[in-house]
Design a protein around this ligand. Structure first.
Ligand code: G3H
Ligand code: 13P
Ligand code: ZN
Length: 349
């Protein structure tokens, strides 16, 4: 099965009411772990690369690794997606590399930090849609701004600042004007491990305050405007499981007390139109914990395979559970995958 356009994967998920995880990758072990989880749970999957990941891998290595994932797993619908593209040029580069889906995040200016105007977002997104759809490539856009700045894709907004949340009426107009295939909504999530500003008296982290009702409002407004089952995207969706943070800290790490997005909040969103769920941080923590454990328990070891294998195993276990929890498991064989050419023809109709 070739790499598939993300629009098909999300539309199929909408038909059956489940979510599809979009997992960030930078190297071979991460891709192998995610593909093994997809294969064993029979799940469609989105593997996504940030600009940083493409830079880290000098473009070609990650491109070839993602292609290898699809070749090795012919029964798994696999999307190769650009995460947080910052300009038309970046999206063109990804499309040239064979990505079947791109995100243009023009909620921020090209520096990935400065909040952009609505007009800039519409115009930039529209230009990417025009270029991508001609080639059958899916486009994800973002309206409103995520908090957090840890990774360079965030405006550093305080978690309780509601002024940058997605406006449901504007979302309808934005989709009408741009033609984007799916929309990342700002509902109070942020990237990275430190998403919450809420702690109890003992200093224990409480879950971040989310405006989950926005998901429902956006979905309802879109349905009323003639976009039923329109796929929404939740960024910053790592749950930052305390047991994984504990492993990191037990073996010499120094992560602060924290809390991510509870799985039941994500599932609530899935029941109301969230189809793509972005996860990076949880994988990073799982990998780091596994590697630290090997280093701490067997300091005499120096073969990278001795710690990369357990790291890969830990990531596989984490992603497998997410595929079950998001409801993705069991759906890999539900449909025949479309090619980019077929998808390009449907956009022309
Ligand atoms: O959205 C951000 C992802 O976690 C990717 O982060 O730019 O550090 O690769 P990165
Ligand atoms: P996390 O940092 O919560 O894993 O979010 C990742 C993300 O949104 C990538 O675009
Ligand atoms: Zn993101």
């Amino acid at each position: 099965m070739p790499l598939v356009p993300m629009k098909q994967v999300l539309d199929e998920a909408a038909k059956k009411g489940y979510g599809v995880g979009a997992y960030n990758v930078n190297n071979m072990e991460q891709i192998q772990a995610i593909m093994r989880a997809a294969s064993e749970t029979k799940s469609p999957v989105i593997i996504q690369a940030s600009r940083g990941a493409l830079q880290y891998s000098n473009l070609i290595y990650l491109q070839k690794l993602m292609e290898a994932a699809a070749i090795e797993n012919p029964d798994i619908p696999t999307v190769m997606h650009l995460d947080h593209g910052n300009s038309l040029d970046t999206c063109k580069t990804a499309i040239g590399l064979g990505f079947t889906s791109v995100m243009i995040d023009a909620s921020l200016e090209a520096d990935g930090k400065t909040i952009a105007s609505y007009e800039y977002n519409v115009e930039t997104t529209r230009s990417v849609v025009e270029y991508a759809h001609e080639r059958g490539v899916t486009v994800e856009a973002e309206l409103g701004c995520l908090g957090g700045i840890e990774d360079g894709h965030g405006a550093g907004i305080a978690a309780d600042d509601a002024t940058h949340l997605t406006d449901p009426d504007q979302a309808v107009e934005f989709i009408q004007k741009t033609g984007c295939d799916c929309l990342a909504v700002a509902i109070g999530t942020s990237h990275g491990a430190y998403k919450t500003m809420r702690y109890d008296k003992e200093g224990n982290a409480l879950p971040p305050r989310l405006a989950l009702d926005r998901v429902e409002q956006v979905e309802q407004k879109l349905a009323a405007a003639g976009y039923p089952n329109y796929p929404l995207v939740m960024h910053g969706s790592s749950s930052v499981p305390p047991e994984l943070v504990d492993i990191v800290n037990k073996y010499g790490g120094k992560m602060k007390k924290t809390m991510g997005i509870p799985m039941q909040d994500i599932q609530w969103g899935i029941q109301r139109g969230v189809r793509k769920i972005n996860v990076d941080t949880d994988g990073r923590i799982a990998i780091t914990g596994a590697i630290r454990k090997v280093f701490a328990e067997t300091p005499e070891k120096f073969d990278p395979r001795d710690y990369l294998k357990p790291a890969r195993e830990a990531l596989y276990e984490l992603i497998k559970q997410k595929m079950i929890d998001f409801g993705t498991a069991g759906h890999s064989g539900d449909y025949k995958c479309m090619s980019l050419e077929e998808m390009a023809r449907t956009y022309k109709k």
